[in-house]
Design a protein around this ligand. Structure first.
Ligand code: FAD
Length: 456
């Protein structure tokens, strides 16, 4: 007998319940990944993620080959490709991880129906991509938690399954055609500082991070220059690191840093359960505030300045340039730049979310759209109208200015307080900086936001 394992956002061999279940029930397994043009059409195939994905597929194929198997790569409609493979290999069942987006859920249901028509079964496994699956914990009277703190309390009390070992041997039917594995180098327009993908790299990062910097994480997680967060987000997005295993290992390690890290993983599940219950929140306000977002040429120009990292606010520009260079941005930078776009420039959060999704290697519908909504105050933040002051944020989270100096080199020669307030520099020194004036005054921006939202 043959079982198919359909890989999606779970590109690993360690702690992989669908692979384990397939191996238990069958003589041979067929591990498959489908490059589906529908994903590209939906705008999620950004170059940084495609390059990282190429690393992941190559590494997964290598891990399966080490065990006697291989990865089968196909191109086309996922349902049609899997159905054809199932027929060809005379497989009995298909195993895959459960998804949270409307796209993933619709694909899952289409596949289930197609397989049933052929008398085959689809098994969807929870707890592969997330720790606690959407809908597993709910508050009384609702299908999802809308506030993080009570969700975190419930989530923390849930049992977490023991991580599974990687299988020793994987036997794959010989006569199944595969596309060649993609190469990272064949993807154009990739950020020059993009991290490497793949399970081997993800596991290395998890281990070294838990062994080393995990301790300073609690105090250091907001320090922009310290860069003390795990940088596991792309690995969690592509599933090259299992969230269940990360929670287990962090808890085993113990300490305040590890606990704070586990709490961040809970945020990930929190947003997933909101999106699964309210799929429209990917594009529509979760809690409408009836904003009158700015549109037109002036708003377009401000948006362009924000994208390009030339707003005249050093910490905002530093973070936007980090995003362009690495395809990744520090969480504090994401909060500052998102708040600046939405509340200081009063530009629709969807514009910012789209730009982030174009570049972020960890760009994820649930995490990106719902974090943007959180910052915009149209989501789950219980203080929807607060705005972050980029000047105070810069002084607080980049007190030595090392982050700004790194990403905005034209300001590197300035001391404090000018580094965070370059407009204090006057005369010829100002022109020589070759750095823009602020696109708008902070209080002016805030007043416009408050008027637009009908708060004054
Ligand atoms: P760590 O601090 O080491 O945290 C560990 C893991 O916890 C992360 O890898 C991530 O999986 C999860 N996590 C941490 N913070 C959050 C959070 N606020 N919400 C959900 N999960 C979290 N994260 C994404 O993975 N994809 C996105 O597209 C994304 N877009 C964002 C957009 C905005 C406007 C904001 C404010 C945040 C966004 N985040 C997103 C959340 C967060 O910024 C990143 O997960 C984090 O910076 C990744 O770095 P790290 O792996 O070093 O995080």
């Amino acid at each position: 007998t043959v079982s198919v394992v359909l890989y999606t956002a779970d590109l690993r061999v360690h702690d992989h319940p669908p692979l384990r279940a397939a191996l238990e029930g069958a003589h041979e397994v067929l591990p498959v990944f489908v490059r589906d043009p529908a994903v590209d059409r939906a705008g999620f195939a950004a170059p940084n993620r495609l390059a990282f994905l190429a690393d992941c597929l190559v590494d997964l194929d290598r891990a399966l080959r080490e065990r006697g198997g291989r990865l089968v790569l196909r191109q086309g409609d996922t349902v049609a490709e899997v159905r054809a493979l199932v027929r060809q290999a005379e497989a009995d069942e298909v195993h895959m991880a459960g998804g949270a987006t409307a796209f993933a859920r619709a694909r899952q249901e289409r596949l289930r129906r197609a397989l049933e028509e052929d008398g085959r079964r689809l098994y969807v496994h929870d707890g592969v991509v997330d720790v606690v699956a959407p809908g597993d914990v709910t508050p009384q009277g609702s299908d999802h938690f809308a506030v993080f703190t009570p969700y975190h309390r419930r989530w923390s009390g849930e049992p977490v399954r023991t991580p599974l070992r990687a299988p020793g041997a994987v036997r794959v039917p010989a006569d199944v055609r595969s596309e060649p594995m993609p190469r990272r180098s064949s993807v154009a327009d990739v950020s020059p500082g993009l991290a490497r993908g793949g399970e081997s790299e993800g596991r290395r990062r998890l281990a070294s991070w838990l062994a080393g910097e995990g301790d300073s994480y609690e105090q250091g997680q907001d320090d922009l220059a310290g860069d003390a967060t795990s940088r596991l987000s792309p690995h969690l997005h592509f599933g090259t690191v299992s969230a269940v295993e990360a929670v287990h290992r962090a808890r085993r390690r113990g300490g305040a840093g590890a606990e704070a890290f586990v709490r961040q993983l809970c945020w990930r599940d929190f947003h997933r359960q909101v999106l699964a219950a309210r799929p429209a929140a990917a594009t529509e306000d979760y809690r409408p505030r009836h904003d009158r977002w700015r549109r037109g040429p002036e708003a377009e120009a401000d948006l362009a300045a924000w994208r390009e990292g030339r707003t005249g606010y050093p910490v905002v520009d530093a973070a936007m340039r980090q995003l362009a260079h690495e395809g990744w941005m520090h969480n504090r930078g994401r909060l500052i730049t998102a708040s600046f776009l939405v509340k200081t420039l009063y530009v629709d959060w969807r514009e910012g979310a789209r730009h982030f999704l174009d570049l972020l290697v960890d760009g994820d519908v649930a995490n990106n759209q719902l974090n943007w909504q959180w910052v915009a105050g149209t989501g789950t933040d219980t203080r929807p109208n607060r705005a972050l002051n980029p000047l105070l944020q810069g002084k607080r989270y980049d007190p030595e200015g090392a982050y700004v100096r790194r990403w905005v080199p034209e300001l590197a020669g300035l001391g404090m307080p000018e580094l965070h307030e370059p407009w204090r520099v006057t005369g010829p020194g100002r022109t020589a900086l070759n750095y823009p004036e602020p696109v708008i005054g902070l209080s002016e921006g805030l007043q416009r936001f408050r008027r637009g939202r009908g708060l004054v």
